[in-house]
Design a binder for this molecule. Sequence first.
Ligand code: NAD
Ligand code: USQ
Length: 393
Amino acid sequence: MKVLVLGGDGYCGWPTALHLSEAGHEVVIVDNFVRRQIDHELGVQSLTPIRTLSERVRAWKEVSGQKIGVEVGDLLDWEFVAGFMRRHRPDAVVHFAEQRAAPYSMIDRAHAVYTQHNNVIGTLNLLFAIRDFAPECHLVKLGTMGEYGTPNIDIEEGFIEIEHNGRRDVVPYPKQPGSFYHLSKVHDSHNIMFACRIWGIRSTDLNQGVVYGTITAQTEQDERLINRFDYDEVFGTVLNRFCIQAAVGHPLTVYGKGGQTRGFLDIRDTVRCVELAIENPPEEGEYRVFNQFTEEFSVRELAEKVVEAAAKLGVEARVENLPNPRVEAEEHYYNAKHTKLLDLGLKPHYLSESLLDSLLNIALEHRERVDEAAILPRVDWRGSRRSEGEEVA
Ligand code: NAD
Ligand code: USQ
């Protein structure tokens, strides 16, 4: 199949592009490198020394013999989006190309507006381009488990059957997201579902949990294929951050009580889930939702696991409960369904000691690149300490 990977220079997109290329698909990456620019804005960098996209793609050609195409541009630019959709007429588009950090969206008004504009309008442009130039194309869209929030009832996969005043219907599951970023995904979901209904587009919304890890079978084939690994307060996700904190002797930053529970998955499962979605497309006009995670953990449990794994490597790590910079429930019920990808054949990589070992070892290997000043949280949900125009870094 011909597959476009939008956001293919990012943390999930790059290993997905490699995985799909190895599986025999014709892959084209679309990216505007805004993520690399945001590193400059925040004064941070990936723990791992990532290469430019042109070097990455050249290295992949050398290693695998497979060519990955590249289209550089912004999804907000309609002429650009229309142009690449008209030229490629893909069978599937995998859409990772959004601003994805909750803290970034909560810095101030400008960052909230940027996030929702970039994400919602980029997706809207894509929907019109699919309608006009590739109506058969399957849109595989990255959503997030955070769209649901933490309700006091079981979370279903996208839809819930309810009875109201004696009548029954199946309706979208209620959304109670926890940041302007997570809200942007809710807005996307509504727009995509509407486009499927009125134009007959087919789409899979992958409500992905928090991703951990950095290595896949393809990225470890050559050091030039290395994936990014963020650990800073804005883009670092929690387990990746804990591993780096342990490696540099920084206390593990559990926010509040640490009972916050989320769905998690290994990046090796991210790439496989996308492949499964592509290989099993929905019907014309169908909008479906898969909850894409493999295990649930509280933040406290994750910290305990990292402390244990570090001790086995002779590294002494300790936990520090910080005042929570976010507004979120710190102890709550959490039970989310996630059977649809398993039904399609997903064989999960569960969080194991050996994975924690390898993550800690990567963190130890690149320890000298860690800027400890980037670790402590500074973005505050209750009203940023940063006023507009003030330096972010
Ligand atoms: P990332 O920031 O590493 O990658 C996103 C890529 O998209 C970057 O390379 C960026 O330059 C590009 N991009 C952003 N806006 C663009 C635009 N307007 N035009 C063209 N390119 C643009 O993020 P990631 O961690 O790889 O996440 C990818 C997707 O998966 C996001 O949609 C995110 O919401 C979702 N997701 C990520 C996680 C996670 O833990 N990382 C979990 C759940 C869902
Ligand atoms: N947390 C800590 N300490 C830290 C960092 C985070 O306790 O040092 C806590 C947070 O308060 C939160 C939980 O860990 O309760 C998860 O935070 P996170 O930063 O790892 O993840 P989150 O902000 O939810 O966002 C990430 C990705 C985002 C994706 C989301 C999936 O950045 O793109 O959508 O995970 S989900 O959480 O399922 O919505």
